[in-house]
Design a binder for this molecule. Structure first.
Ligand code: ZN
Length: 90
């Protein structure tokens, strides 16, 4: 049986081979690198079955951030929050 996937127009997920339940990914902001090593933080958009369109925050290797880097991540979060509000009905 094939699953009919109805994506919002902003979806960037390649759903080939996915089984239900289907979640969608939207745009993501540029990755912010931490001060040392390979640490990073990233903000994007995805869907959550219970909550609809949500802001996605990911980070790895415990990024330490300078004030400038911290503001950059914060700005991305603010922009992502506005994006969700603008697109929640898509
Ligand atoms: Zn999709």
């Amino acid at each position: 049986m094939s699953v009919i996937v109805t994506c919002p127009n902003w979806c960037t997920t390649n759903h080939l081979g996915d089984d239900e339940p289907i979640e969608h990914d939207g745009p993501s902001w540029p990755t912010v690198e931490g001060v040392s090593g390979k640490s990073w933080a990233n903000v994007g958009i995805c869907t959550d079955r219970a909550h609809g369109v949500v802001v996605w925050l990911d980070a790895d290797y415990g990024p330490n951030l300078t004030p400038r880097q911290a503001r950059e991540v914060g700005l991305h979060l603010l922009e992502a929050a506005a994006w969700v509000e603008d697109h929640s009905e898509d």
